[in-house]
Structure formats: C-alpha cells, structure tokens
Write a protein that binds this ligand. Structure first.
Ligand SMILES: Cc1cc2nc3c(=O)[nH]c(=O)nc-3n(C[C@H](O)[C@H](O)[C@H](O)COP(=O)(O)OP(=O)(O)OC[C@H]3O[C@@H](n4cnc5c(N)ncnc54)[C@H](O)[C@@H]3O)c2cc1C
Length: 159
C-alpha cells in the first residue's frame, strides 16, 4: 500500500531508489573480492616468487582498483544529485549497469586469479560472483538499463 500514490509512478520511484542503493552495494562486493585477492597473491608462492611480484598480476590488481574507484565516483556524484533532488532514473540506470557489471567482472577475475582455490566457497569471490549474477538481472537487467540510456541519447524507445 502506497498512500497518496496514483498509478505506477510510486512503485517505479521506489525502484529508482533501490537501484541507487545497488550501485553502492556492488562496489562493496568488488572491494571485498579485491581485498581477499591481494592477501592471497602476497602469500601464494610460485617458482620461489610471491604472485604479487609479477607485473601481470600487479597490472590486473591496479586495473581492478581503477574500475572500483571510477564506480565510487559515479555513485558519489549520483548521491550529490540525489541530495539536490536532481537525480533522474536514466542516471541511475547508467550507474546500476556500470557498477554491477564492474563488480561482476572483478569477482570473476578474482576467482580466476585465486586459481583452483577460486572455485571454493571458502574464498569470497565466487560467493559474490554468484550473487552478482542475480543482481545483474534483478532491478532491471543490464540490457534494459542499456536501452534506457540509449533512449535518452536518441530520443527513441527501442524496447
Ligand atoms: C534473485 C532474484 C530476485 C528477484 N527479486 C525480485 C523482487 O523482489 N521483486 C520483483 O518484482 N522481481 C524480482 N525479480 C525479478 C527480476 O526483476 C526479473 O527477473 C527481471 O526484471 C527480468 O525479467 P524476466 O525474468 O521476466 O526476464 P525477461 O524480461 O523475459 O528477459 C529475458 C532476457 O531478455 C532481455 N530483454 C528483455 N526485453 C528486451 C528488449 N526489449 N530488448 C532486448 N533484450 C530484452 C532481458 O535483458 C533478459 O536478458 C528477481 C529476480 C531474481 C533473479
């Protein structure tokens, strides 16, 4: 029951708020995966060398941090617009799409970089990965958010 609400506008505005929250939640999931991966690469020794001493590993870690930082800036800016009453649903679509995609890709990469251990639920990446596979579908699938942004860019409804 939503008092004083007429039509679908009320329920849909709840979804906009929930999607805004999801854009932050995805960042937390990605951070948790990266944190655990950093610890793992410090202690995993291969051919007398810790994994985190490899350039290829450091570049992958750095790239994850770059994507997490960008997602954080996006949600932070959205929060400022929300506080000012200027946040619109298309901006939220872009953030939900970007941040959940970022987190899912990072969870998958972390799972891969944990090697065989990555498939064990003892480590967080596969748990976040499985959850994020749901998050990318609920509250609007990735495709639907892409079409929402596409509509804003072209002025044409392609749904
Ligand atoms: C874990 C989980 C929890 C959920 N919780 C809730 C909840 O609490 N409340 C609730 O109401 N719902 C909930 N849902 C439902 C969720 O919102 C829907 O599953 C989601 O919106 C997709 O709808 P659908 O499953 O009917 O897929 P469909 O709409 O049938 O889509 C199937 C595929 O087609 C794509 N597609 C659809 N339309 C187009 C188009 N025009 N052009 C191109 N591609 C298109 C979609 O992106 C998707 O890949 C939940 C789902 C999951 C997985």
């Amino acid at each position: 029951m939503l008092p004083e609400v007429v039509g679908l506008k009320g329920p849909l505005s709840c979804l906009t708020q929930a999607r805004y929250g999801i854009s932050w939640g995805a960042i937390g999931a990605a951070e948790a995966c990266l944190e655990e991966l950093i610890e793992y690469t410090k202690t995993r020794v291969l051919f007398d060398r810790a994994l985190d001493e490899n350039q290829a590993i450091q570049i992958r870690l750095a790239d994850m941090q770059r994507r997490i930082t960008n997602a954080g800036l996006l949600s932070h800016r959205l929060g400022q617009l929300k506080d000012e009453g200027r946040m619109n649903p298309t901006q939220v679509s872009l953030a939900k799409w970007n941040n959940v995609r970022m987190a899912l890709d990072i969870a998958r990469d972390c799972r891969d970089m944990l090697g065989g251990s990555g498939i064990s639920a003892e480590y967080v990446p596969i748990r976040h990965m499985l959850n994020l596979e749901s998050v990318i579908t609920y509250e609007g699938t990735e495709t639907i958010h892409q079409l929402t942004v596409g509509r804003a860019l072209t002025g044409k409804n392609a749904f």
